[in-house]
Structure formats: C-alpha cells, structure tokens
Design a protein around this ligand. Structure first.
Ligand code: ARG
Length: 459
C-alpha cells in the first residue's frame, strides 16, 4: 500500500516527478491559518452533532493550535510528498494527537475544504485591499486639497483642449477608485457563502449542522448546492477581474505621472526617494515606480486570462485543474497591494509646478470654445459662433499668436458682437469659474467634491 493519506487502493508509490508536479504546497501553504480556522470550526460542529465526542474535539483543537504555532515558528517541514496544506496540517495533527487525528476529516473532503479556505482567506484580503484603496484615495484628495486653485490644460486626444483644475483631474481618479471599492464590496458579498459540509460533491450522510459551522466562521450564508459549492471559483475570477480594473486605473495614472514629470511637460517632480538614476546617463532621474506600476498591470491582466482559461470548459464538479487558481490569485493580491502601498507613500512626495501648468494653458487655443460661448451669450447661434471662432483661430495661427494676443480691433473684424470684455471672458480663471454645470471644473464645484470626498473617507 502507498503511504499516502489516500493510499489505501494504491499498490505502487507515486513517481517522484509526479509527486513534485502534483504538489501545491509551495503555493498553498499561505492558506494555513484559514485551513486551521476551518478545521477548528468543523471539529466544534462534529462534537455538537455527537459525531465525535467533546473531549476528542478539545484534544484535536488543542493539537491544531500547536500545529499552527509550529508553522508560524518555521518548525514544520513542508514536503512535496504531502501534496498540499490540507494534508500537511492533517499529518502534523497526527504527530500531535496520534490516531485521533484521523477523525478530523470525517464528513469532509479536500474539495469543500479548499473552497472554504480560499473564501476565508480572500474575505480578509479583500477587506485589506479596500482599506489600501481608501488610504491611497486619501492621498489623492490631500494633493487635490493642497492645490485647489492650480489650473492645467485638460486634454482630449492628447491635444490641449480646455483648461481644468489640477484638483479636478485628480478627483477623476478618486471616482475611479471609489468604483473599484464598490466592485470589491460587491465581490465580497458573493464570496461570503460557506461551502464546508458539501464534502466531495454530493453532500454527506452524516447529520451535519452547516448553519452552526457557518456562524462560527462568520459567513453570511451557506452555499446552497453541493456541486456548485466545490466547483465554484467565480469569486476568484471576480476578485482578479476587479483587481485588473483597479490596476488599469493605476496604470493610467502612472502614464500621466510619467508624462507630467518629463521635461516636455514639467508639471510635477517626483522626489528622489521614489525615482532612480541611470547607470550611464548622469543627468537621468527616472520615474521607475510609475513605470513599474504600469508594467505590473500586465501581470494582473494576465492572471485574469489565466484563471478564466483554467475554468473554461471544466465539467462538474471539482477538477484538479482548479489547483491552478491560487498562483494567479496570490500574485494578484500581492501586486495590487504593493502598487497601492507604494503610491500611497509616493504621493506626498510629488511636487506640483503650478506655474508650468498655467503656462501650458497659454498655448493651444484652450479658450476657443469660450470665444464661441461669448458670441452665443450675445445672441449668435452656436454653430455660427463655432465657425467665427474657428476663423479667428486660423488667423491667429497664421500669425503665430493666441486669441488673447490679438488686439480688440482685429477680433472685432470677426464679429461686431465682440467688445473689450472679451479678454476677461476668455481668461483662464474665468473659463474655470464659469464651468459650473454639475460635475464641471468650476472652483466651487471642485472644492465641494474634495470636501465630499473628505467626508466619505472619514472612518
Ligand atoms: N490542493 C488541492 C487544490 O488546491 C486541494 C483539493 C484536492 N482535492 C482532490 N480531490 N484532489 O485544489
């Protein structure tokens, strides 16, 4: 007989390469605390239902505590022979409690066990990711609050379009991360169902009280169908998908930070502690942190493709393919967490060059729309005003000037509706101040948005 925990029907030993190939311990050892938490709850339930005695449960629970301490003190040797964390814990419990340990796995399969462990683990991680997002949002809001009157060019098609407040631009990211948190909260609600007690796939013949276990473990409800319970990894796909969207938001922000800190823009500087030099070009100060965040987005999107491709076409119920769920999941958690953490630390170290941002608004006819609006205010239909402003822009371009460099008399040639107040009307501050439509970049709007966000972020 093979010496495996499942070795009863086997007469030959497992091939050593297969042993290594089959093992997931290198990855899933990270689930040890969740595994032990789930086993302890299972034992309490088995005792309550008199499937094992109270005394046996107490001994086994004390044994589990010792196993946990051993793992935490690095006293438990992990080996491929024992395959995964579930078998390691059970084997270690055997060393603590002898034959009694063999009762732990009553009315349970590794299929419902692993599904439970990932859910326990991921619930905690999801809460932590949400906290990290909140921490980063706080930095976005702080930076916006500190620069409430800084005007920068707003872009469409990467061309200067209309002036906006720098704070308004930052608050756009605040909104994106707010949606990310909502998505994680929504995913959390769905992962908050307990699979334990569904066993291999069909439920068990023992008189379990799954409700009792659910309450101990703090789940919202039970997984209703045993086959779905052991084969569902939607919550892993959802988490990685939401993480992917969050990374894409970080990546878009990274791209802007990289552009803004280039000498072409010079809108911001990132402090030395968050940039690196070049080994050949002494003058270089590279925005590596932002580039890495942008680059790591590829890993997370790749993880989503990996888990979805793994799950695609899997028949009911558990299949070993699903063991491949943990690497992309853990990598996603780690990648997203460190990106959020590093940006939370970097943001207070961003210096804003308000003068350069303002100077950049001076060129590129960012006031052409407002020139047209001026004419509309004086009764000209918008399409006609658009054409008039277009002609004025063409003339200015020809002569290498901006609209507000042209003398009044010249502007009046385009329309006799133009008078001296045109210059105030198309000045930067007035252009901002007038954009009072809900969600627009007017000073008052942006201040209110920042204040609302500060309230939302307060614990
Ligand atoms: N290591 C396995 C996994 O992560 C645990 C479940 C194994 N179940 C089984 N029937 N072989 O998926």
């Amino acid at each position: 007989m093979s010496d495996k925990l499942w070795g009863g029907r086997f007469s030959e030993d497992t091939d050593t390469l297969v042993e290594k190939f089959n093992a997931s311990i290198d990855v899933d050892k990270r689930l040890y605390a969740s595994d032990i938490e789930g086993s302890a709850a299972h034992l309490k339930m088995l005792a309550k239902q008199k499937i094992i005695s109270e005394n046996e449960a107490d001994q086994l629970m004390a044994g589990l505590e010792r196993v946990k301490a051993k793992i935490e003190n690095n006293e438990l040797a992990f080996s491929h022979q024992l395959e995964d964390i579930h078998m390691h814990v059970e084997d270690a419990l055997g060393k603590e409690c002898g034959d009694l340990a063999k009762k732990l796995h009553t009315a349970r399969s590794r299929n419902d066990q692993v599904a439970l462990d990932i859910r326990i683990f991921l619930k905690k991680e999801t809460r932590q990711i949400m906290d990290l997002i909140t921490g980063f949002q706080q930095q976005l809001v702080n930076l916006a609050h500190a620069h409430l009157d800084v005007i920068m060019p707003g872009y469409t098609h990467m061309q200067r379009a209309q002036p906006v407040l720098f704070a308004h631009h930052l608050m756009a990211y605040y909104e994106m991360f707010k949606r990310d948190k909502e998505r994680f909260a929504d995913a959390y609600r769905r992962m908050d169902a307990m699979p334990l007690g569904t066993a291999a796939l069909a439920g068990t013949t023992y008189p379990l009280d799954r409700e009792y276990t659910r309450k101990i473990l703090g789940f919202d409800r039970l997984c209703e169908n045993s086959m779905d319970a052991v084969s569902d990894r939607d919550f892993v796909m959802e988490f990685i998908s939401h993480a992917g969207i969050c990374m894409i938001h970080l990546s878009r922000l990274s791209e802007e930070l990289i552009l803004w800190s280039s000498s072409e823009f010079s809108f911001i500087s990132i402090s030395d502690a968050f940039t690196t030099g070049s080994s050949i070009m002494p003058q270089k100060k590279n925005p590596d942190v932002a580039e890495l965040v942008r680059g790591k987005t590829g890993r997370v999107v790749g993880n989503l493709v990996a888990i979805m491709t793994t799950m695609k076409s899997l028949p009911m119920a558990y299949n070993k393919d699903m063991q491949e769920d943990k690497e992309p999941l853990f990598d996603t958690i780690d990648t997203l967490a460190i990106c959020l953490e590093v940006y939370t630390r970097m943001f207070p170290n961003i210096q804003v060059h308000a003068g350069n941002m303002r100077a950049a608004c001076k060129q590129g006819f960012l006031n052409a729309t407002d020139f047209a609006d001026y004419l509309v205010n004086r009764g000209m239909p918008f399409r006609q005003a658009h054409a008039v402003a277009g002609k004025a822009v063409a003339k200015a371009l020809e002569t290498g000037r901006e609209l507000d460099d042209m003398p009044l008399a010249e502007l009046q040639k385009f329309s006799d509706l133009v008078s001296l107040d045109i210059f105030d009307f198309i000045s930067l501050d007035q252009m901002i101040a007038r954009r009072v439509s809900a969600g627009g970049t007017a000073f008052a709007n942006v201040r209110a948005a920042v204040e609302k966000a500060q309230k939302e972020l307060r614990p």
